[in-house]
Write a protein that binds this ligand. Structure first.
Ligand SMILES: NC(=O)c1ccc[n+]([C@@H]2O[C@H](COP(=O)([O-])OP(=O)(O)OC[C@H]3O[C@@H](n4cnc5c(N)ncnc54)[C@H](O)[C@@H]3O)[C@@H](O)[C@H]2O)c1
Length: 325
């Protein structure tokens, strides 16, 4: 391959990364295989330099969360906290972290702001990230959380309902009060969160709601018994489609994100007593590992942002291929 060929393919502003004159002289004196190595080396350096520059400066603007007022329930830790980070990394500066304990939500808000200002031209006062205490299983508590969010931001554009719990009991052993509590949080909590979101979004022209379901909405997990959890997540998935149809012409989109086995506090608690279970879960996942919470960042930003503007009532599964087999 000649340097002239490179010159045609590479924009003039980047040509400083082409083989230097000494490299070109070396190439002209070298054998053909050495010449090939020198030129390929230069091409690789050019590719990685341009890729680094492009990564830093270019992204599809529709993925930006800048200027959007957002809320994430269950945002103090686990996947919810990772969704908060993904929003802030994508330019969001107005975020309500909603969780059971207000102090934990506030602590997470402070950590996020500190993290966001590291190696950045942003200042803590550029961010309005607030922590709000709320029990999503109480409609009144959810309404109060929205009131505080609206009082702070004046609008709400993207909401993620991530608050949820899981428990493993066989059907015969599951105490009814615990089944009821699980449905109250996972199903009714998601419904209250979505309904209040739409009540505020419709008058302002629309918005995006993401309900966090699970791959368990589609498959039956083994070996652990968790029938109420699985059926609650199936309800959340269908709730997203049903609400999406109700509100489609009013500008409110509702989608759901269904993670596979992710390493968070929720799963670590289960695995703390059972290391074999982790191996089983990994072996049942085609990609051979559990997910890191960051593995969901792209999907959550896609669903919450304008990048998914013609998508409603859909599910995105991020499960390492679990549901395929
Ligand atoms: N971790 C996984 O492998 C996995 C897989 C699929 C789906 N999910 C779903 O993702 C969501 C988040 O799970 P996680 O792994 O981050 O769990 P987690 O336990 O790490 O975090 C859940 C958060 O929700 C909060 N929360 C619980 N009950 C609440 C309530 N009544 N009101 C307000 N906040 C409440 C908790 O305080 C906590 O901060 C859940 O809906 C879960 O079902 C998790």
């Amino acid at each position: 391959m000649s340097t002239r060929l490179f010159s045609r393919a590479i924009p003039s502003s980047s040509r400083t990364l082409l083989p230097s004159s000494s490299q070109a002289i070396a190439a002209s004196r070298a054998s053909s295989s050495q010449r090939q190595r020198i030129l390929v080396g230069a091409q690789v350096r050019w590719n990685s330099a341009v890729a680094a520059k492009a990564r830093k400066e270019k992204f599809l603007p529709d993925f930006s969360m800048a200027g959007k007022a957002t809320m994430i329930t269950g945002g103090a830790r686990g996947l919810g906290y990772e969704f908060c980070r993904a929003f802030v990394q994508s330019g969001c500066t107005s975020l309500a972290i909603v969780d059971l304990k207000e102090e934990e939500a506030e602590e997470s808000a402070r950590t996020l702001v500190t993290e966001a200002c590291l190696d950045s031209d942003m200042d803590p006062k550029d961010y309005q990230i607030i922590g709000i205490g709320c029990d999503v299983s109480s409609e009144l508590s959810v309404q109060q959380a929205y009131r505080r969010t609206m009082d702070t931001f004046g609008r709400i554009d993207s909401v993620v309902a991530s608050a949820g719990i899981v428990e493993n009991y066989s059907a015969f052993d599951y105490p009814f009060d615990r089944i009821k509590r699980l449905y109250d949080i996972n199903v009714h909590g998601a419904f209250f969160t979505a309904r209040e979101a739409a009540r505020h979004m419709i008058p302002q022209g629309g918005g995006s709601v993401v309900l966090v379901a699970s791959m368990s909405a589609n498959i039956v997990n083994i070996p652990q018994p968790q029938t109420p959890y699985n059926s609650a997540k199936a309800a959340v998935k269908h709730m997203a489609s049903s609400l999406a149809v109700e509100w489609a012409k009013k500008g409110v989109r509702v989608n759901c994100l269904s993670p596979g086995y992710m390493l968070t506090k929720l799963t670590k608690t289960i695995l703390a007593h059972d290391q074999e279970l982790k191996k089983t879960w990994e072996s049942l996942t085609p990609m051979g590992r559990m997910g890191d919470p960051e593995d969901l960042s792209g999907a959550i930003v896609f669903l919450a942002s304008d990048a998914s503007r013609f998508m409603t009532g859909s599910e995105i599964r991020v499960d390492g291929g679990y549901c395929c087999v």
